[in-house]
Design a protein around this ligand. Structure first.
Ligand SMILES: Cc1cc2nc3c(=O)[nH]c(=O)nc-3n(C[C@H](O)[C@H](O)[C@H](O)COP(=O)(O)OP(=O)(O)OC[C@H]3O[C@@H](n4cnc5c(N)ncnc54)[C@H](O)[C@@H]3O)c2cc1C
Length: 342
């Protein structure tokens, strides 16, 4: 968060009013808490906790407020002719098939969208790692156990204690990737969350009504390049990070910021240099963030195949990060967001 500037064309106003500004996180290692002072370690930066659906609402309001048009409930079936100078998006709305003629297509339709699928497999290089664990996430009517996020490393596995508001917690537990939600009745969830938080767990956590439960697999995924003709992939359509570093949406925003500036240069002065370097510039950040997300994930989770040697290495890494020094500073720099290249 840069308190001086609204980096996204005025869409941060409500977030600044209603979001929760955090200056640190806690790493809790086998019940022992260590605060990472993000603001001190980064010379003044911090992070904002603000639900993703609120970001989407603000973006929609800004677009409509500027007189722009958004087609809701319009399912794209394919992107075509993106190797020509007249790409098209086919979509259906109100049961009617329609085609949208475009100058460029921004493929921002997430991991399961149609944009990436429009690129011939021979033109894409795919890099992927699937982790041998998943996250069970719940939304609970319960005050968060702390004002700041707690990342817990425990012999039973990872847990994350975060919040939506002062009365609603967003809580995650590492679980096997093939687990079913039905295997996690509320009592089991709370007991694991208390155990992973350590001896104070019972005191800090307030059991409350569980409103949502979902299991998310963990993967790292990148496709290169992020451009094919006049189709530009951005966000989860081009890359997935495991959620441990809280970077997926941030990375998606960094992509579209770059793409928006590149398109602005084309339309204002006919300069296509930025558009030509979009993929290589975006991928430099993508791989930095992939590395950070992989690093946080492997440091904080227990893998079923871990040997005692792996566990000692993990402990050594956690010892380094939880004392003042370059490892803690690197975590803080990455967690609060790397600088933009332009
Ligand atoms: C458990 C969990 C926790 C996370 N926590 C964080 C966090 O703390 N911080 C963070 O930065 N990120 C976090 N993320 C990641 C973040 O949610 C994603 O990286 C982000 O949503 C990617 O944005 P996107 O716009 O690229 O894709 P999406 O959010 O997936 O949006 C794609 C959009 O395209 C639409 N679409 C798809 N296909 C079609 C089609 N055929 N036709 C029309 N529309 C279509 C979809 O409906 C959707 O609206 C988390 C993710 C998970 C799973």
């Amino acid at each position: 968060v840069d308190p001086e500037r609204d980096l996204l064309a005025g869409v941060g106003t409500r977030m600044r009013k209603e979001g929760l500004l955090h200056h640190g996180i806690e790493l809790r290692v086998r019940g022992q808490g260590h605060r990472i002072d993000l603001t001190e370690l980064t010379g003044g930066r911090s992070v904002m906790v603000y639900a993703q659906q609120e970001v989407v609402k603000d973006l929609i309001a800004a677009r409509l407020g500027a007189g722009g048009r958004i087609l809701f409930e319009a399912a794209a079936s394919r992107v075509e002719d993106h190797e020509t100078d007249r790409p098209r998006v086919r979509f259906a709305q109100d049961g009617r098939e329609t085609t949208l003629a475009c100058d460029f297509v921004a493929g921002c339709d997430g991991f399961h969208g149609v944009s990436r699928a429009a690129v011939p497999p021979s033109a894409l290089r795919v890099f992927e790692r699937v982790y041998p664990y998943a996250w069970l996430g719940i939304l609970a009517q319960s005050p968060p156990p702390s004002d700041e996020l707690i990342y817990a490393f425990h012999d039973d596995g990872f847990a994350l204690y975060s919040m939506r508001s002062p009365s609603v917690s967003r809580l995650y537990i590492q679980c096997p990737p093939d687990d079913a939600v039905a295997a996690w009745p509320d009592g089991r969830i709370w007991a694991e969350l208390e155990a992973r938080l350590g001896p104070e767990g019972g005191r800090l956590l307030r059991r409350g009504a569980v409103r949502q439960k979902a299991i998310t697999p963990m993967r790292s995924h990148v496709v290169e390049p992020m451009r094919h003709g006049r189709l530009f992939l951005a966000g989860d359509a081009a890359h997935i990070v495991p959620p441990t570093g809280a970077k997926g949406l941030n990375l998606a925003v960094a992509d579209v910021r770059l793409l928006a500036r590149a398109l602005e240069a084309v339309y204002s002065s006919g300069d296509s240099n930025r558009l030509d370097s979009y993929s290589s510039t975006a991928l430099r950040r993508v791989w930095q963030v992939q590395h950070f997300s992989w690093w946080m994930t492997t440091m904080l989770h227990r893998a079923p195949q871990d040997t005692p040697f792996d566990t000692r290495l993990q402990q050594a890494q956690l010892d380094q990060v939880t004392r003042p020094g370059p490892a803690a500073a690197a975590l803080a720099e990455n967690y609060t967001g790397l600088p933009f290249e332009d």
